[in-house]
Design a protein around this ligand. Structure first.
Ligand code: NAD
Length: 681
């Protein structure tokens, strides 16, 4: 017997959705929804029942799976019209969708469910293509739609998604000569008798809209290039972006800590050089998906690309204050007593002529998608201005969507963020041993992690393991080379918008008596351990200061920083320097809310490159044991008799940075299973 809850039509629906969702010209990330209606024998009654399979709330068409579909009994959904109390009461209909579920009902039905369920044809696509939204946001969109399709594609003036819009779709689709509708200020809905038919119709409408824009557009929809606003050359742009980013992150994070994403694609840079820039930016985005992610409008920095940094930062402060004031005024203008509280008045998109676009979100994915949506919005504005005038939905309509109680409920249902969500960690020597365990644990607890090690390939492989570009980045950084540190810190900042949590872990080991220790050995150990930690802290300090978000520096020192073990003068004294730096920097950086702490591990054999590359063998020989016994041997020297693992050190980093010890600074934590000679006094 075939599974009645997964008919073949569902497979077709998923395949169609994945195809449509994989092309950004067809729909933006997370935007749009698709559906199929299919009749099966109900397991409960044995009688035929018509089911609606429709993409549920959240998720993305490109990766839609069966679990992402809501499954409703259509007759019950349609019957809800008998309890519909009119447009003022649309929102209460959403609560009623759950009374229409078939079986467990699948995913939570979205607000767009009526647009699918009330249409009588079996297959419906609702999409957000830039080309169609350009027409949907053109001042004379209705006329353009008539001119292009002559009634085969209808025009529906802006309506917030819901029951009313669903009814409008049902009415239009009852006319067999109409294959779809352009929804004013929003997107496209089309329908068909088969999955293939609706897909072909959707794609044809999108292509025809694009062709019309291409043929009829004026030469320069955004106006002429403004002299003095040209994009900086690529290298200078990156440098400037890296310098500015922490300051911009401070602006975007005044109410809530944000992570950033930088885009300097041709589309963005061209828009930023044009005459109409300031006017179009002030109009804001249009499609509900766009402005929910991008905020009602971006902040536009109006300084010339070559303005000295301190002047730019000063101007940024003024513009930020204005932005916050305007945003609060916008909230006050439209809020009603039952509106959700204001969600923060900082911008999500900051545009910097000559440099690029900086987008922000609570996590990297949200920040990246906000940027992608503003690129969608630029495309929409270019299309609309090419053939008409860009005219987004009114501010009141935008507010109604941004502060819609249903959107608020969705936000409330989000899982609580992890302890390190929104934090950006840089772990030197992060590709092996203690650094790798630390990078892994910080990522598991929500941090974005920059793995900084000698070998870029190794760092990148670790970053991929940690979850790829939305979670981690791998960079080459030799901590003995100040230029490499500057470049590495720039790369870290450009990857996520800044740096909050620096772990000075890179290290090597070399033992020997005074006579055996060469000057080169001494210099190398000091270069990596002491000078390296100093240089990385020095490069991170301006970033930490600019962000105004406090931060953490953790030095991975060693039990040897305290214990005068045999024949170890260079390594141990360099570790002591690294440890005392903890106290000195803690005293100095407290002023900007940066806490500096250290960890003294001992005998971490497992996973350690230091031990596996000769040091372990030489230590084992000294103690007269087999190398494989070394971990146990060290454990037996301790009070607790437990082998120290890289994860123990990583846990200490976590405890020092996840809010467990929020007012602790200048502390050095032993992670050694108890070595009395190394007890701190
Ligand atoms: P490991 O060799 O496994 O990892 C060290 C990492 O640092 C390597 O990936 C290496 O490529 C990187 N590195 C070396 N030189 C670098 C440089 N110039 N720039 C950037 N990266 C560089 O070693 P581990 O055992 O995980 O040690 C990590 C840290 O912990 C070191 O500072 C070490 O001194 C300290 N420590 C280790 C132990 C132990 O028993 N393993 C004990 C106390 C302290």
């Amino acid at each position: 017997m075939t599974d009645p809850t997964r008919p073949d039509a569902v497979r077709q629906l998923l395949e169609r959705s994945n195809r449509l969702g994989s092309d950004p010209a067809v729909t933006n990330y997370g935007g749009g929804n698709t559906s199929v209606k299919v009749t099966v024998d109900s397991p409960a009654t044995g009688k035929p029942v018509e089911l609606l399979y429709v993409k549920g709330s959240g998720g993305d068409l490109g990766t839609l799976r069966a679990e992402g579909l809501a499954v409703l009994e259509r007759d019950r959904l349609v019957a809800l019209d008998s309890v519909y109390r009119g447009v003022e009461h649309e929102d209460e209909m959403v609560e009623l969708f759950s009374f229409c579920g078939h079986g467990r009902g699948g995913a939570t039905p979205s607000i767009d469910t009526p647009m699918h369920g009330l249409v009588d044809l079996d297959h419906v696509d609702h999409l957000h293509p830039d080309s169609v939204i350009a027409l949907a946001c053109a001042a004379d969109g209705e006329r353009l739609v008539r001119e292009i399709w002559g009634g085969r594609v209808a025009w529906v003036p802006w309506k917030r998604p819901g029951w009313e819009l669903g009814k409008a779709m049902a009415e239009l689709s009852a006319d067999p000569s109409v294959i779809g509708a352009v929804l004013g200020g929003h997107g496209l809905t089309s329908w068909g008798a088969t999955s293939d038919e609706v897909e072909q119709r959707s794609l044809r409408i999108i292509a025809e809209a694009a062709a019309y824009l291409e043929e009829h557009s004026v030469a320069e929809p955004f106006g002429a290039e403004v002299p003095g606003r040209a994009a900086l050359p690529a290298e200078d742009r990156r440098r400037r972006a890296a310098e500015l980013f922490p300051h911009l992150r401070a602006v975007a994070s005044m109410d809530r800590r944000q992570v950033g994403h930088f885009t300097d694609s041709d589309v963005v840079l061209d828009f930023l050089t044009r005459e109409k820039l300031a006017h179009l930016v002030s109009l804001g985005t249009s499609c509900p998906d766009h402005f929910l992610r991008t905020k009602v409008r971006p902040l536009l920095l109006d300084t010339a690309p070559d303005t000295p940094l301190d002047e730019v930062v000063k101007r940024l402060g003024e513009l930020h204050a204005e932005y916050r004031e305007e945003y609060s005024a916008y909230y006050r203008r439209h809020a009603t007593p039952d509106s959700p509280a204001m969600r923060g008045a900082d911008p999500a998109i900051i545009l910097v002529p000559g440099v690029g676009m900086f987008s922000f979100g609570a996590d990297k994915q949200t920040a990246r998608v906000a940027g992608e949506f503003y690129v969608n919005a630029i495309n929409v504005m270019r299309g609309a201005e090419g053939v008409s005038t860009y005219e987004p939905v009114t501010e009141a309509d935008k507010f109604a969507v941004e502060y819609w109680l249903l959107e608020e409920k969705k936000l409330q249902l989000r899982p609580k963020p992890k302890a390190l969500a929104g934090r950006i960690a840089v772990v030197t020597g992060g590709a092996s041993g203690i650094g790798l365990a630390t990078a892994t644990m910080l990522a598991e607890h929500g941090a974005n992690v920059v793995v900084a090690d000698l070998d870029e390939a190794k760092s990148s492989a670790v970053a991929d393991e940690l979850g790829g570009p939305d979670r981690a980045a791998g960079i080459a950084m030799d901590v003995t080379d100040p230029d490499a540190i500057t470049a590495g810190m720039d790369a870290a900042v450009l990857a996520f918008g800044g740096a909050d949590l620096i772990v000075n872990n890179a290290g090597i080991s070399r033992a020997g008596s005074l006579a055996e220790t060469s000057t080169q050995d001494w210099d190398l150990l000091y270069d990596i351990l002491a000078r390296g930690s100093f240089l990385v802290a020095k490069a991170a300090e301006p970033v930490l200061r600019a962000q105004r978000l406090g931060g953490d520096i953790i030095n991975i020192c060693s039990k040897n920083a305290v214990f005068a073990g045999p024949n170890n003068v260079a390594y141990s004294s360099a570790k002591a320097a690294q440890a005392h730096m903890v106290r000195l920097l803690a005293a100095e950086l407290g002023e900007i809310g940066v806490r500096v702490n250290g960890i003294n591990p001992d005998g971490v054999v497992r996973g350690s490159g230091i031990f596996s590359s000769g040091w372990g063998a030489s230590r084992a020989a000294t103690y007269g044991i087999d190398e494989s016994e070394l971990g146990k041997y060290y454990a037996n020297r301790t009070v607790l008799k437990v082998e120290v693992l890289p994860e123990h050190v990583a846990s200490a980093v976590l405890a020092l940075t996840n809010g467990t010890l929020p007012i602790t600074t200048g502390l050095i934590v032993p992670v050694d299973s108890g070595v009395p000679q190394a007890f701190l006094r």
